[in-house]
Design a protein around this ligand. Structure first.
Ligand SMILES: Nc1ncnc2c1ncn2[C@@H]1O[C@H](COP(=O)(O)OP(=O)(O)OP(=O)(O)O)[C@@H](O)[C@H]1O
Length: 252
């Protein structure tokens, strides 16, 4: 990886897993600008998580390069399932993440409490994961991610396992949190509305091997809310365009 001006630049990135004939990613050219939120949307199994895994350093590229603006890039990865340690309280789960990156003991509690405040879990610091609802566990997972003060937030369907109602409230929360943090964010979602609500740009991927079909700029500013954009004709038009672009890909 080399140093560039954009936060992250995928240049002609391809990925084929060992012993697999068909690539997962092909010719991915994508730049993430500092502070922007980019949503990836595409058919199931097309390679979205693989892109995030590459950024997280969990797997390497087969072709092309990934250029990083800074060498001290720190990514936080939030998954569809909260993956909390069941034998630790919510607070201790977040403190543990801070311990892992070498934050001194005296700072861990303060930073963990602040992150849990951001996700509105201050009342539940001493609860164990199994005492929390799915939505609250997911908030805790998010707090664990943001506590490390990442320069890059990787969200892999963070609301995907939640019921529709919890999900819609957490979408609003996520919108607020992302706006507060101003962290460069790459969000994988299967939900077109969620992508438009949360992202500055929506990247539509083809079926496997994933190629970029189109990148849409979302015309709503940082003070957007679900209520304000849902009645905006541009929202309906964008949703329709993305939906129609995805239709043959999903069928494939
Ligand atoms: N470590 C691995 N080894 C081999 N194949 C893998 C590995 N990880 C993923 N794959 C395969 O690569 C393809 C893309 O997987 P990936 O998880 O990146 O897709 P995705 O778009 O995130 O999927 P979904 O939408 O279902 O979450 C899948 O067919 C998957 O089986």
């Amino acid at each position: 990886m080399t140093i560039t001006e954009t936060m992250v630049g995928f240049r002609g990135v391809g990925k084929t897993y060992p012993k697999q004939a068909l690539p997962v990613l092909e010719g991915i050219d994508l730049e993430l600008r500092e502070g922007e939120v980019v949503a990836l949307i595409g058919p199931s199994g097309c390679g979205k998580s693989t892109l995030l895994n590459i950024l997280a350093g969990l797997t390497d590229v087969s072709t092309g390069t990934v250029d990083l603006a800074r060498s001290d890039l720190r990514s936080a990865y939030v998954f569809q399932n909260p993956r909390l340690l069941p034998w630790r309280t919510v607070l201790k789960n977040v403190e543990f993440a801070l311990e892992q990156i070498g934050v001194p003991a005296e700072d861990r509690r303060r930073r963990a409490v602040a992150a849990l405040e951001t996700v509105h879990l201050s009342e539940h610091l001493d609860k164990y994961p199994n005492q929390l609802s799915g939505g609250m566990q997911q908030r805790a997972a998010l707090a664990r991610g943001i506590a490390i003060e990442p320069t890059l937030l990787l969200l892999d369907e963070p609301l995907g396992a939640l019921d529709a109602l919890t999900r819609s409230y957490l979408q609003e929360e996520l919108l607020r949190i992302i706006a507060e943090l101003k962290t460069t964010t790459l969000l994988v979602t299967h939900d077109i509305d969620e992508a438009i609500l949360l992202a500055d740009r929506v990247v539509v991927l083809s079926s496997r091997p994933a190629r970029i079909r189109e990148i849409f700029e979302v015309p709503f500013g940082p003070t957007r809310s679900l209520d304000t954009i849902i009645g905006d004709p541009r929202f309906g038009a964008l949703r329709h365009e993305i939906r129609e672009l995805l239709r043959p890909e999903v069928a494939a």
